[in-house]
Design a protein around this ligand. Structure first.
Ligand code: C5P
Length: 305
């Protein structure tokens, strides 16, 4: 379907930041007939981010340039988002996308999905489009299950394939003030993790419901409810992830969980000094470790030049 609209471009260049997420919970409820899985997951945006620069061109193309060379192509979700908008608007407006990648790729942190959502929101504002929230949600859902979350970000319960997003109260436990993210040096293919998940790892959504209720009441969720239904299977199939989890705990992390389908693990800390000590110890062991925190980004917060 096309939503032919006038595009108004008052500036040539548009910068936008695309933030990563962690999954505080991930209940897999069961397999659907469309080969996806029914989920309930509580996600939180964190301050680790990619930077995207969009430049108007007069060549009726989408050009994708990424600091990670293997992502400099039309398969990149950011490029697919721009193609989708141009197609929906029947537009010939060219755009060059430069993507400064900082979020680890295929890591369970939603980097590609966040880039796609950031491009949708940036084009909406930069080209002064009249896309309704439903139009944006449809486009986001067609790009990937995590993309709808990033249209608003912050803290939210996501259900269905991930596209039913319910924002939660802006509360974040002090015990999680600082977050260490450890990215083991392997890739974990999301589709394979879901495909091989036994039904015994399915849950009824109770963990996500309990954590949502606790946070909405400004209470601290019980550690048992910080449950990721993919974690048991990922730890079993990928010994490097299990080893990294053990090393994080041994170095003093009070709690360690998998984000999404991994392989990134996150560990919350109340105190910066302790988080730093654990980070330094793990970096000395050769691990890639980021220090981050929960944030509530301004949706569509773009910088036009
Ligand atoms: O939607 P997205 O392309 O990000 O999903 C990647 C893969 O993860 C899907 O192809 C599917 O195998 C799996 N998936 C799933 N159920 C979901 C989300 C993702 O089975 N709700």
């Amino acid at each position: 379907m096309s939503y032919a609209q006038q595009i108004h471009i008052s500036s040539c260049v548009c910068f936008v930041q695309a933030y990563a997420k962690i999954n505080l919970t991930l209940d897999v409820l069961g397999r659907r007939t469309d080969s996806y899985h029914e989920l309930a997951t509580v996600m939180q945006t964190i301050d680790l981010h990619d930077t995207i620069c969009l430049t108007a061109t007069d060549d009726n193309r989408v050009q994708m340039i990424c600091t990670t060379p293997q992502l400099s192509n039309d398969e990149n979700l950011a490029a697919r988002a721009a193609h989708l908008v141009r197609q929906r608007l029947a537009s010939t407006q060219g755009v060059k996308i430069e993507l400064y990648k900082r979020i680890p790729v295929a890591a369970g942190l939603g980097g590609g999905s966040s880039d796609a959502a950031a491009v949708l929101l940036a084009l909406q504002q930069w080209w002064q489009l009249q896309l309704s929230p439903a139009d944006l949600l449809n486009m986001a859902t067609s790009l990937g299950s995590d993309v709808p979350f990033f249209l608003t970000g912050g803290l939210a319960l996501c259900e269905g394939r991930g596209e039913r997003v319910t924002p939660l109260a802006r509360y974040w436990p002090l015990s999680m003030r600082w977050l260490l993210l450890l990215k083991p040096a392997i890739s974990v293919p999301t589709a394979a993790v879901f495909r091989s998940l036994p039904a015994s790892d399915y849950t009824d959504g109770m963990h996500s419901r309990a954590v949502s209720s606790a946070l909405n009441a400004a209470g601290n969720p019980h550690a048992d409810n910080l449950h990721n239904g993919l974690e048991r299977s990922v730890l079993e199939r990928y010994p490097q992830v299990a080893q990294a989890r053990g090393d994080l705990l041994k170095a003093g992390a009070p709690l360690v969980r998998l984000s999404g389908s991994g392989p990134t693990l996150f560990a919350p800390f109340a105190e910066l000094a302790r988080a730093l000590r654990v980070q330094q110890e793990l970096q000395a062991q050769g691990y890639e470790v980021y220090l981050s925190r929960a944030i509530h980004p301004q949706p569509g917060n773009v910088c036009l030049f």
